[in-house]
Every structure is written in structure tokens, then in C-alpha cells.
Design a protein around this ligand. Structure first.
Ligand SMILES: [Zn+2]
Length: 469
């Protein structure tokens, strides 16, 4: 029997506000000494009162608008009882039955077919992040710098079908959040964290299978690998006639397996109730329309513009528009005079392979493309030159001169190289003369090698043909 996977994602996004969710402590705690971004409120001292961070509400509403969601006019915070030492007051302020954002969707495009698929969202709500526990021999250390940082929880519908789609969903989500400026959504830094749930059912079935949750995935790659492993594990179990246990599993990156952490029976009852220290909130229509007017060009609109104005294919447009730094380099390179399709090609292939700690000047990339267009530089020599341009920050034209890389199209100059290659490769010459047309490619390759990629390939081929008769 063949099975299909039904996948849903629950993401936690740290918002890039300057202060925490319910107090004035600074939210940018990265690199700070433990417990230096704390105050009586985020340390849960008795008698303190939380104050709602307006910016965090605004960022969540902007996210809802970008995801085509409903923004209910009334909303409230609830208390989630949570007896765990990483939240010192013994509960988390979260949202239960009246989230800030309901419904909505985002579109993903997977593979080269470029048919966009709509992935539904169930809700987006706001809560506070927890502190960070570090377990050491003999005990645990706790740092409350992260405690109280605004955290947006985004729950998708179980609309995803493959690990690749799950990855595309996360990439699109990150692109939207970054475009809005509400979060850097860097998974490696814990600004975007992800739990996935996955069940299997026979293809064609409408009923859902038993769901397994995998917690705390912290890279795109681990989301994809954990899902691939889990789908394989469940398929094998079903084929052996076993039943899937509803449980929470953890992903062990180094062993590349998921392991059982807790079963349904041990699940917590959080006993939610309305947070008595905070008033309910009403979102005014005027505020909402003001936020709507502030929405920037989102990745889908950007992709449509790349298809329309620059003539890019759907796949290239999607890839470029979801990577903000690539998109910015692309637009500036085109503005510097480069052909859009060529610029897109360079950025997605050779530029993508450059180390990330640096910056390629858009005008230098445009210049490199122009040098190839004019025939000054062969395309493989250009590819070799790019890392030098990146490393030194020098203009390509200057480097071509400095390194003597200019393409040789002069017949007289190339003839000597062609002649020596023909003399040195009698077997290939004989093959060619015997009618094996492809032998010329080998000989041309030898000419390129001998001239350190400087020979104009077209001129070299023409000379070879002439010489070989
Ligand atoms: Zn505080």
C-alpha cells in the first residue's frame, strides 16, 4: 500500500521589538551576560503588573495582514499554567480562545513546475518566551534574559504533503517576516523555532492517521531530515501491521533519528484562564487600515514583478524573491545595467557559492557580465574571476588587466596553440578525421587548457576545423 504524509507546522517567532512583551527590559539579549536583561516583572516577583508592548501587537497584526488572515476586533491574553523552571512565575501569558489573528494562508512553489500551492494557517497568537536552562553536572543553570521576549506562535493547517514543501513553507514564512521587518527569523539563532506534526494515511483516504509531533527543530535542514526519517519510520511500522502511537518525539541531529519523548497520556493540562492582570483588547478599524497601508511589497508580489518586468521564469522568480539579500543584489545589478536573466543566473549559481562573510558590489557583477557580453572575458574565466572580485573588492576590468585574463580572439595568436594541440593529440585527430565529430570537443578543451581558459572558444573551434580539414 502507498501512503501520503499529512504535515502541519507550529512555528515560534521572536519579534524584533526593542523591549520585552510585558516589561521595559531590552529584548536584544544576544551575547549579553546571563541575567543582565531582567527586572522584577520578567523575574516574576510578587505584586508586579505586566504592561502590553504595543509594537509586538502591531507586528503580529502586520503579519496577519500579510498572510491574508482575519483580524478579530476583540482579543485577550490568557494565563497558561506551566510548572517548569524556565518560566519563574509558574505560568506563561499566552492567548487561548481569542487569538490576535485567525486563518489566512501563504503560497509555496516547489520544484520547477511552479504551480503555487496555498497552505492554510489556523491562527497566529502572541505570548512570552521562556528563560533558557543549561544542564550541567550536578544541576541546571538558568538565564532569564530571553524570558518575556515577545513570541509569535503560528500554527499551520495540516496542508503540507512532503518534507520539501515543509521547507518551502518555512523559507516563504521567513521571507515574509523579514520583508515586514517584524523578525530576522534566523533559525540558527533561535529566532524562528519549529515543531512539526506528521501522520500517514493510505493515498486516497480522507481520514487522518495518528499524529506524531517532533519538537524543537532549529534549521531548515533538520526540519526536512526529521520529516524524511519520521515518514520512513511510520511507513515501515504500518507495513509491518503495527499501530502508530500518538506521541511527542525529539530529533537527534548527530544520529539522524527521532526518539520517543512522551506519549499522549502524559500530556499537560494547562488550565487556561483569562489573564486577570491585563485588560481585553479591541483592535480599532482605523489602526488596522493604517497598518494595511504600511505593508511593503511582499515576496509573492516581488516574484510576480520579476516575472513580468524582467521576464524571469517562475522558478527563478520564486527563488530570488524569497532570499532578501539575493533579491537586493539582483535589483541593484540590473539597475547597474546588467541583463536580468544573466544577472539571475549568476546570482543563483556562482554568487551563491561565494562565502557569505562579505559583500559583492552590484556594479562589479554588472561589469563582469558586460565583460563576457563584449567578448573581453570568456565565461569560464569570468567564473574564475568572480571570487577574486569578491575577495579583493577590485573592479573586474582592473583585475582582468592585472591577472592577464583577457580573452584571446586574435587568430594569429591562437593559431600556435591550436597547432601544438593538434600535434600532441594524433589519436583524437584521427578520430575526428574518421568521422567522430565529438572528438573536436576534446581538442577544443585542450586548447582552453593550454591557454588557461583565455582562448575564445568559438575562434578556437573555427581554427581547429580549418586545420583538420
Ligand atoms: Zn523585565
Amino acid at each position: 500500500m502507498s501512503y501520503e504524509a499529512v504535515i502541519g507546522l507550529e512555528c515560534h517567532v521572536q519579534l524584533a521589538t526593542s523591549s520585552k512583551m510585558f516589561c521595559g527590559c531590552r529584548a536584544d539579549y544576544a551575547g549579553a551576560a546571563p541575567n543582565t536583561h531582567v527586572c522584577p516583572i520578567c523575574l516574576g516577583m510578587p505584586g508586579v503588573l505586566p504592561v502590553i508592548n504595543r509594537k509586538a501587537i502591531e507586528y503580529t497584526l502586520l503579519t496577519g495582514l500579510a498572510l491574508h488572515a482575519d483580524i478579530p476586533s476583540a482579543t485577550k491574553f490568557d494565563r497558561k499554567n506551566y510548572p517548569y523552571p524556565d518560566l519563574v512565575k509558574g505560568y506563561q501569558i499566552s492567548q487561548y480562545d481569542m487569538p490576535l489573528v485567525k486563518g489566512g494562508f501563504l503560497e509555496i512553489t516547489v520544484g520547477s513546475e511552479a504551480t503555487a500551492r496555498r497552505i492554510g494557517l489556523e491562527r497566529v497568537h502572541l505570548e512570552e518566551d521562556t528563560g533558557k536552562l543549561t544542564h550541567v553536572p550536578g544541576g541546571s543553570l538558568i538565564d532569564f534574559n530571553r524570558s518575556g521576549v515577545p513570541l509569535m506562535e503560528m500554527v499551520s493547517q495540516p496542508d503540507l504533503r512532503t518534507p520539501t514543501e515543509a521547507r518551502a513553507y518555512l523559507q516563504k514564512l521567513r521571507a515574509i517576516l523579514r520583508t515586514l521587518g517584524v523578525s530576522d527569523a534566523d533559525m540558527e539563532k533561535g529566532q524562528l523555532r519549529c515543531d512539526v506534526n506528521v501522520s500517514l494515511r493510505p493515498i486516497g483516504a480522507t481520514e487522518l492517521g495518528t499524529k506524531v509531533e517532533i519538537k524543537n527543530l532549529n534549521s531548515f535542514r533538520s526540519v526536512q531530515r526529521a520529516l524524511e526519517y519520521e515518514i520512513g519510520r511510520q511507513t515501515a511500522a504500518l507495513e509491518r501491521g503495527e499501530r502508530i502511537t500518538q506521541e511527542t518525539r525529539g530529533w537527534l541531529e548527530d544520529r539522524a533519528v527521532t526518539v520517543s519523548q512522551r506519549t499522549k497520556e502524559e500530556a499537560h493540562d494547562y488550565r487556561y484562564f483569562p489573564e486577570p492582570d491585563l485588560p481585553p483588547m479591541f483592535v480599532e478599524a482605523a489602526w488596522l487600515s493604517d497598518l494595511r497601508a504600511r505593508l511593503p511589497e511582499l515576496p509573492d508580489a516581488r516574484a510576480a514583478r520579476y516575472r513580468g518586468a524582467f521576464g524571469l521564469g517562475a522558478y527563478d522568480a520564486e527563488q530570488l524573491s524569497t532570499d532578501l539579500s539575493a533579491a537586493s543584489l539582483f535589483e541593484q545589478t540590473v539597475a547597474a545595467g546588467a541583463d536580468a536573466k544573466k544577472a539571475a543566473n549568476w546570482i543563483q549559481n556562482d554568487v551563491a557559492r561565494l562565502p557569505s562573510n562579505g559583500r559583492l558590489e552590484p556594479r562589479h557583477l554588472a561589469e563582469l557580465i558586460a565583460l563576457v557580453d563584449r567578448g573581453t572575458l570568456g565565461s569560464s574565466a569570468a567564473r574564475q574571476l568572480l571570487p577574486e572580485v569578491f575577495r579583493t573588492g577590485k573592479a573586474p576590468t582592473a583585475l582582468v588587466e592585472e591577472l592577464g585574463l583577457a580573452q584571446v580572439s586574435d587568430t594569429a595568436e591562437l593559431e600556435a596553440a591550436v597547432r601544438s594541440v593538434v600535434d600532441a593529440n594524433p589519436a583524437a585527430v584521427a578520430d575526428y578525421r574518421a568521422g567522430k565529430a565529438t572528438a573536436i570537443n576534446f581538442l577544443k578543451g585542450q586548447v582552453m587548457k593550454q591557454t588557461r581558459s583565455k582562448a575564445n572558444p568559438a575562434v578556437a573551434e573555427e581554427l581547429l576545423r580549418k586545420l583538420l580539414g
